[in-house]
Design a protein around this ligand. Structure first.
Ligand code: AMP
Ligand code: GLY
Length: 422
């Protein structure tokens, strides 16, 4: 098969490596890809939000399947667009992608189907929001409704902070904002729960815990994700049943009522309080870095998985996994998530010990005159599989010490919560 992956992060590099393990792959393109994908596939420099150019390329190369990594093209309807030309795409359509594209759409669905989530209010202007905030309990959570690349969420300790956040959102800090969402603060521990579905069958696609804050001890600014471990320490059979019965199934049934079907990966960001799940948000794709953490554990041929989803026979496919612990540590450019230096050389890739248990996935990297340079905030992902989380992290730290890049940093405490209990 000829396959194209859309995206340029660690998630897409991990998907590329999984695809290349299949004997069904004949040619792989990454649009636009990164230095890592350029070593195993052909990178094609097209803006993933330019659907027409993407279609022209896919048509010219007679691509059999497109796998969409990030949310933006999904929310903007790339699946609907390409399907009109009879191109097979793995990912949810525009209507279903509102689960990520509009927080208010999801909140309304939760309300209609009694899906456990934080109590909330939606406001269109400063005056009404202010009135609501007068009588609220703190901390409180303020969110912009639009896609804001992981930003656009404020946890506010008091009214003053809350008003400042609302002002920033209405002033357009995250793009044009018609609505502000005010949410009750949920005090628990977060967990990412993944499924894959063809619209009929739901299959678990792993659990993970992400580390969103930039600093050790979960302090500092929010980022796209500094590392993760899988499986989550919180998952157990009773909790999983609750997640499926109270959250996932009613959501998919709700979409069916809206005359659409969800097809693809679905990522539920959950807050777990006393073994009860509450939905914080949905993402209509795999997480990054959770994807890099989970995919190396997958034994099933990923192309079979994509095809069975598109053909609506996921029920017939047996998903199998390695029974190992997985840790991912993200190496970032100094300064991230604020300003950082670009085009900095990284060396000693040949000194790394990479094998069937130790992986390197590129994110913000490019090649320049045969050298690898850091071009993004999140640059490299080191993943290790082991019998224990501590051993996995140890292997990652050994590899990190072999690399030469003075301008990079990483969190040394990824997975500490679970390691301390091992
Ligand atoms: P979101 O973009 O909605 O996932 O929010 C980003 C982060 O903000 C989440 O991963 C949580 O850590 C935090 N968060 C969002 N909503 C809430 C809430 N209602 N209560 C507590 N924390 C929240
Ligand atoms: N790791 C968080 C995300 O992918 O949204």
């Amino acid at each position: 098969m000829k396959i194209a992956i859309l995206g340029s992060g660690g998630r897409e590099h991990a998907i590329a490596i999984s695809i290349l393990k299949s004997n069904k792959i004949r040619k792989l393109y990454c649009i636009p890809g990164n230095a890592g994908t350029s070593e195993l596939a052909e990178n094609i420099s097209i803006d993933i939000n330019n659907f027409e150019k993407i279609y022209n390329f896919l048509n010219e190369k007679k691509i059999d399947l497109v796998v969409v990594g990030p949310e933006e093209p999904l929310v903007n309807g790339i699946v609907d667009y390409l399907e009109k030309f009879n191109i097979q795409v793995f990912g949810p359509n525009k209507k279903a992608s509102q689960l990520e594209g509009s927080k208010i759409f999801t909140k309304n669905l939760c309300q209609e189907y009694n899906i456990p989530t934080a109590a909330f209010g939606v406001f269109q202007n400063m005056k009404d929001t202010k009135k609501y905030l007068e009588n609220s309990k703190y901390p409180i959570v303020i969110k912009a409704d639009n896609l804001a690349a992981g930003k656009g969420v404020y946890i506010c300790k008091n009214k003053k902070e809350a008003l400042q956040s609302v002002k920033e959102i209405f002033e357009g800090k995250f793009g044009k904002a018609k609505n502000v969402l005010v949410e009750e603060f949920l005090d628990g521990e977060e967990m990412s729960y993944f499924i894959i579905t063809d619209g009929k069958t739901i299959k678990n696609f792993g659990t993970a815990q992400d580390h969103k804050r930039v600093g050790e001890g979960d302090l500092g600014n929010n980022t796209g994700g500094m590392g993760a471990y899988s499986p989550s320490r919180l998952i157990n059979k009773t909790l999983e049943e609750k997640i499926l019965n109270k959250i996932i199934e009613p959501t998919l049934a709700g979409l069916n009522k809206l005359k659409t079907k969800y097809r693809g990966f679905l990522y539920a960001g959950l807050m777990i309080i006393k073994n009860e799940p509450y939905l914080i948000e949905y993402n209509v794709r795999m997480g990054d870095p959770e994807c890099q953490t989970i995919l190396p554990l997958l034994k099933t041929d990923i192309i079979d998985l994509f095809i069975s989803c598109n053909n609506q026979n996921l029920n017939d496919l047996n998903l199998t996994w390695q029974n190992k612990k997985s840790v991912c540590v993200v190496l970032c450019s100094n300064g991230y998530p604020e300003k950082y230096e670009k085009n900095v050389k990284i060396q000693n890739f040949d000194k790394l010990k990479l094998d069937r248990k130790n992986f390197l996935f590129h994110a913000g990297t490019s090649k320049s005159e045969n050298e690898i340079i850091a071009t993004g905030g999140r640059v490299l992902n080191f993943v290790s599989l082991s019998e224990s989380f501590s051993k996995a992290r140890e292997e990652i730290h050994k590899n990190l010490s072999r690399l030469r890049w003075e301008k990079g940093f990483y969190r040394k405490d990824i997975a500490s919560k679970v390691i301390n209990k091992e």
